[in-house]
Ligand binder design. Structure first.
Ligand SMILES: Nc1ncnc2c1ncn2[C@@H]1O[C@H](COP(=O)(O)OP(=O)(O)OP(=O)(O)O)[C@@H](O)[C@H]1O
Length: 228
């Protein structure tokens, strides 16, 4: 593993993985993320993006190759209703707070996480009254209070209208570029306009990831392929 000034890193070295049918969904995949930021992945349905997340998250193990990760990952799914379990914002976040946090610090931590996702006034708000975008931002707050510093977002805006989509993008941009304690996020998208918000983008194809490029370059590349 290469040493870096930043204490966090994620690196895949020639990683392969197959589900029981034996086909390599992830095939000799190598890439690294060596600094915080908003990193986006695009790729056709079935190209292996969710499988990649499960490998990063430790839910499944590579068949061959190595994964180095010093970060603490959390998943954020497409539909927040599949993720949020409790009746209010406060009770939801209490579920994710590490057991080591004392009772005195608990509310401060929850408040601060809600503020980071622009839900500062929502402590006692019933979750069923939140909009889709607010629910998705609450899911982000859950990852923050759990002390995660690597968010794996699997099409987090696929079910949202443009305004809510922007609210989630804006919050993620803030969390990944905050000067004090920026986190790392890997965001899978099929909504290509989102590429303009990222710090780097790559294409998942045939079980591997392309080099990182600017979001605008990947956008142009995919648009020109679609027009052929
Ligand atoms: N639990 C599983 N068991 C067996 N095969 C699986 C499992 N999960 C995914 N696969 C297979 O692995 C391949 C890649 O699926 P994956 O969900 O990683 O793709 P994806 O790029 O996330 O697709 P999408 O954009 O549709 O979400 C597919 O052929 C899929 O059927």
């Amino acid at each position: 593993m290469k040493p870096t000034a930043w204490s966090g890193y994620l690196e895949f070295d020639q990683v392969s993985f197959s589900w029981p049918n034996g086909v390599n969904v992830i095939n000799q995949c190598s890439f690294s993320i060596l600094k915080p930021g908003l990193w986006m992945l695009v790729g056709e349905n079935g190209s292996g993006k969710s499988t990649l997340f499960r490998l990063i998250n430790g839910g499944i193990r590579p068949k061959s190759g190595k994964i180095f990760c010093s970060l603490r990952p959390s998943m954020v799914y497409q539909n927040p209703d599949h993720q949020l379990l409790m009746p209010t914002c406060k009770s939801e976040l209490m579920l994710s707070v590490p057991k080591t946090i004392t009772q005195t610090n608990l509310l401060d931590l929850i408040h601060s996480a809600l503020e980071k996702v622009d839900l500062g006034e929502m402590l006692d708000r019933p979750i069923h009254t939140l909009s889709g975008g607010q629910k998705q931002r609450l899911a982000l707050a859950g990852a923050i209070v759990s002390n995660s510093n690597l968010l794996l977002l699997d099409e987090p805006t696929a079910l949202l209208d443009p305004q809510s989509q922007n609210s989630v993008l804006k919050v993620m941009k803030k969390l990944t570029s905050s000067s004090a304690d920026p986190i790392t996020a890997i965001w899978v998208t099929h909504r290509l306009e989102e590429l303009y918000f990222c710090d780097g983008a790559a294409i998942v194809k045939n079980g591997a990831i392309s080099n990182w490029n600017s979001g605008s370059k990947v956008f142009q590349e995919l648009k020109s392929l679609a027009l052929r």
